[in-house]
Write a protein that binds this ligand. Structure first.
Ligand code: DC
Length: 227
C-alpha cells in the first residue's frame, strides 16, 4: 500500500494498438488527472538496456538497469506530445520504433524487471487523480483502483492504427509486418507467467473496433462519473 492510496485511479489496460494511449491522454486531460504511460517505462528500459549492450534475457542485469535508469516525462507547455527523457537524453522517438517495442516486450516478461519498476509506477499516484495506461495496471500495480477499463480491438484494426501512427512519424513500415509483430507481441504479453495481459475481474471491457475516439472517451468517462 502506498501513502497515496486514497487518490483515485482509473486503470486503462489492453493490447497494443487498442487505443489506450490516445484514450488515456484524452480522459486524463478531461479529468485534469495525472497520467502514467507504463508502456513508455518498459520501452525506456528496453532502450537503455540496448544502449548498454545488455543481454535482454539476463533478468538481473536488466533489472539493475531498470532500477538505475532515470526516466522522466516532460509535458511541453504547448499541449504537444509528452517527451520521454532517459538519463537526461530525449528518447521520445527512439522508444516508439517497433524494435524498441519488441525489446520492451522481451524485458517486460522478466519478473525482476517488473518488480524493479513497481515503485516508479506507484509514485505516479498523486492528487487529484491518476489515469494509468498499461497491461497490468488494474491487475497488479493498482489492484485497489476504483475505476478499471480494458480496451480491445481486432488485431487487423490495431495494426492499421499503428501503421498510420508510424507512417505519420515518417517511419518505414508495412502493414503485414506490423500485423505479424502485433500478433507475436500479444501472444507473448498474454502468455507470460508474470502479470499476463488480461482484464481485471472488476474491469469494464470496451471493444473499440470501428468506434471513433470521442465515443470511446465518453464511454470511459462514464465509468468514472457513474461512481
Ligand atoms: O503499450 P506499449 O506498446 O508502449 O508497451 C510496450 C511493451 O511493454 C508491451 O509489449 C508490453 C510491455 N508492457 C507491460 O508488460 N506492462 C505494462 N504495464 C505496459 C507495457
Amino acid at each position: 500500500m502506498t501513502t497515496n492510496d486514497s487518490v483515485p485511479v482509473l486503470t486503462i489496460d489492453g493490447p497494443s494498438g487498442s487505443g489506450k494511449g490516445t484514450i488515456a491522454r484524452a480522459v486524463a486531460d478531461r479529468l485534469d488527472w495525472h497520467m502514467l504511460d507504463s508502456g513508455a517505462i518498459y520501452r525506456a528500459v528496453g532502450y537503455a538496456a540496448g544502449l548498454k549492450d545488455l543481454d535482454l534475457s539476463d533478468a538481473e542485469a536488466v533489472a539493475r538497469c531498470a532500477a538505475e535508469t532515470r526516466i522522466e516525462f516532460r509535458a511541453p507547455g504547448d499541449g504537444g506530445e509528452t517527451r520521454v527523457i532517459i538519463d537526461g537524453q530525449d528518447a521520445t522517438d527512439a522508444i516508439r520504433t517497433e524494435t524498441a517495442g519488441a525489446a520492451a516486450s522481451a524485458i517486460a516478461a522478466l519478473p525482476p524487471v517488473r518488480k524493479a519498476l513497481m515503485d516508479k509506477q506507484l509514485a505516479f499516484r498523486q492528487p487529484p487523480g491518476l489515469v494509468a495506461d498499461g497491461r497490468d495496471m488494474g491487475t497488479v500495480i493498482f489492484p485497489d483502483a476504483p475505476f478499471k477499463v480494458f480496451l480491445t480491438a481486432s488485431a487487423t484494426e490495431r495494426a492499421e492504427r499503428r501503421y498510420k501512427q508510424l507512417k505519420a512519424k515518417g517511419l518505414a513500415v508495412t502493414l503485414t509486418s506490423l500485423l505479424h509483430e502485433i500478433e507475436l507481441r500479444d501472444a507473448r504479453d498474454a502468455s507470460r507467467t508474470v502479470a499476463p495481459l488480461r482484464p481485471a475481474v472488476d474491469a469494464v471491457v470496451i471493444d473499440t473496433t470501428g468506434q471513433p475516439i470521442p465515443a470511446v472517451v465518453a464511454e470511459v468517462l462514464a465509468v468514472v462519473r457513474k461512481a
